[in-house]
Design a binder for this molecule. Structure first.
Ligand SMILES: [Zn+2]
Length: 334
């Protein structure tokens, strides 16, 4: 395993440590599995903080088998469920938090979409709606009523499966794909019409909420967890003009710094694949007072890494053995 024998680091991306009924985007790792994964890190790897890693790259003192834990988005379970396990295993982490003044008044749009389309038992039989420049028309037919046993059967469905068990999943998949790149005002409009169309109550589920202001502070207390920036509204930065990108990055950073009363040094690009940010974005982050920025494409951080486009490896809900296997694989590929 040449990959493990030379200095290098794998940065892991998590989103949530949670057990929820549906996880179509595969964002959750169950608590038990997260504990097992941390045990693997403790026993076989060299966990370090993101800023330590950036310093080690700069000083050409990168250790072997280094691993960094990061979380994107800033779900409340990062404090409630992930942090105690991190503390138990003595593993530090960086949590990249979305948001600005005004606080998290609603769920992330991808969670709203899941709630409205996959969790609402009865929906109207048809939907006509303008999405961006297009007129969309959907027929739910018999699936307008989600029979509980069918709903139960579909719980394990996720977007990585090639098939859709019914029109609800088809609609979810198509809308998710389209909404991801839609500018915020248009996306809000679509989400608001969907909300009204569904007849569902407008709620923020306790299981899907983001960190509140005092919880961000609490999460950072003690220094085990570093808070990083992840933009104001989680846009695909590459789709925005430069000034709008700058505002997304700066306002989120200033907001978090005001909460924490200390500089925010790390950033992660929303969605984070190479097409989700641009050369311009990297320049803005570089000039914006950050020490590093994380992307979302797989790879091993070597001593020649660019600290403003750090590769990361996505973690799924794997048990310890599977996690250990995947981690060795990640090294093999890097
Ligand atoms: Zn994100």
């Amino acid at each position: 395993m040449a990959g493990l024998a030379t200095p290098g680091a794998v940065i892991l991306i998590y989103h949530r440590v949670a057990e929820i009924p549906r996880d179509p985007q595969l964002l959750c790792v169950r608590r038990r599995h997260f504990g097992e994964q941390l045990e693997v890190l403790r026993e076989h790897y060299h966990p370090m903080s993101l800023l330590e890693l950036v310093g080690a790259v700069r000083d050409r003192k990168l250790p072997k088998r280094a691993v960094v834990v990061t979380f994107d988005d800033g779900y409340a379970d990062n404090l409630v469920d992930a942090r105690p396990l991190l503390a138990d295993h003595g593993v530090c982490a960086t949590v990249f938090v979305v948001g600005g003044d005004g606080g998290p008044a609603r769920e992330f749009w991808w969670d709203e979409l899941e709630r409205l389309l996959l969790e609402t038992e009865t929906l109207p039989r048809a939907l006509r709606m303008t999405v961006g420049a297009d007129a969309w028309h959907w027929q739910l037919g018999e699936s307008a009523w989600y029979r509980p046993e069918q709903s139960e059967r579909d719980r394990g469905w996720n977007v990585q499966q090639p098939d859709n068990p019914g029109p609800r999943q088809e609609m979810y998949r198509a809308l998710h794909e389209r909404l991801r790149t839609l500018p915020l005002p248009q996306r809000r409009k679509v989400m608001d019409s969907l909300q009204a169309w569904s007849g569902a109550e407008r709620v923020v589920r306790p299981t899907h909420r983001s960190l509140a202001t005092d919880e961000i502070r609490e999460l950072a207390d003690g220094g085990l967890v570093e808070i990083g920036a992840h933009t104001l509204t989680h846009p695909v930065l590459a789709t925005l003009p430069t000034d709008a990108q700058q505002l997304e990055i700066e306002r989120n950073k200033a907001h978090l710094e005001q909460i924490l009363d200390r500089p925010v040094r790390s950033f992660s690009y929303p969605y984070g694949t190479r097409s989700d940010y641009s050369v311009e974005t990297v320049k803005l982050v570089r000039r914006g007072g950050f020490a590093c920025a994380c992307a979302n494409f797989a790879g091993v951080v070597r001593s020649d890494a660019d600290s403003f486009e750090l590769p990361r490896v996505l973690v799924r809900d794997w048990d310890g053995d599977e996690f250990a296997r995947r981690l060795r694989q990640a090294w093999g590929n890097g």
